[in-house]
Design a protein around this ligand. Sequence first.
Ligand code: UGA
Length: 437
Amino acid sequence: MIGTGYVGLTTGLGYAALGHRVVCVDKDTDKIAKLDFGQAPFYEPGLEEILKTLQENGQIIFTTDLSSVIESANVLMITVQTSPKTDGRADLSHVEAVAEEIGDLLNHEALVVLKSTVPVGTNRRVLQIIRDRLSQKGKVDLAELIHIASVPEFLREGSAISDFLSPDRVVIGADDEVVFRTVEEMHRGIKSVFLRTRIESAEFIKVASNAFLATKISFINEISNIVDGTGADIREIARGIGLDKRIAPYFLNAGIGFGGSCFPKDVAALKSYAGIIGYDFRLLKSVIEVNNFQRELFFKKIISRLGSLKNRKIGVWGLAFKPNTDDVRESAAIDIVQRLIGAGADVSVYDPQAMQTASRVLPEKVVFAPTPIDAASGVEALLVLTEWPEFRCVSFDTLKFCMIDPIIFDGRNALADINLSQLGFEYIGIGLCDSRK
Ligand code: UGA
């Protein structure tokens, strides 16, 4: 595995758990040193335990030096980052640099698998770079023996290992029977649908999947915006439409919108790719617009209820872009906290895992509280921005007692089924039957 970020590490552990011998390579010496000691560089449920077990069994090792391990590799998997450039296009410089390095170092036949999320055409380009480098080094015969497969990953942060071991499908984009069989063999032990496709189709399947899921979220969010005040409830609506098998019940939770390192990036990249070939992808433009608007609308709701936020004390529960992760990249929660600070509010925050990662991006003025109750003490309103299950387990009597005004704005409808109004709170959610106050 070349690249030991989120995808590289979790996928590497997945292949090791299937019985393969995995070497994870990364240029980041600190990260590799930590991993060597069994420390995960980010929070993911169950990851450190699996890491320790597989390390003890010798199934997985870590190194910064590709040249020292490339000789023994049958498969070289590229899992480096493809962060977005300012115009939304994916930055392929890391992928290309790895391709060059492989071409320079490789002396034997190997299969290259590209797992990084990339725009259509990248796999063939990577293969060409490797072959060109091999030829330049005088290894012309070897160049023809190198093949590539696009095997996109569909795992979610927070449930990555189980997603790897029980995927809805394994997509294999290749143009050679032996390559298809090799990749299928690598997944032996996984029960799933194995879909063989053209390389370009596999590249599209990955980004189109994310774009479609993001579209579902923006759709339900728009419905939630017109539900307020009608007496209808977005949760009932989502359930009702989700029971139609053609729609399915997933990704219909209304809220302050999607974030993370994937959806915002992949939707922007697909829209940008369409623009480059002269196609105006209007639907995706709206998906992005609606997603940004959700945050703005939520913020406006707060202002319209509380008035000026200057020197007002606001508590926040949840900073991660979703529960079960410490990742705050493109997190709607971070955006809301920044808006609160921008409006002059005094903000205290709590997140079960993302305090450290959030502290790197939030202004110094933000107070990081040790417990949910501490974050809510003395505040004039509490915002729930990530639906961590543990927020449902606090003592709501204690919570009410410690807040100056018991007003809760729930950006994820995380507490909607707890009858907070009856407990004396003013509760404002997203598209709930009584959410217009
Ligand atoms: C997403 C995809 O779900 C994975 O299949 C894919 O492999 C991954 O991106 C990737 O490309 O690497 P992830 O970013 O971990 O996974 O998170 P999701 O669970 O998809 O959630 C993304 C965002 O959508 C979160 O901010 C979440 O709060 C939001 N969301 C999700 C909603 O607002 N409503 C929903 O109903 C579901």
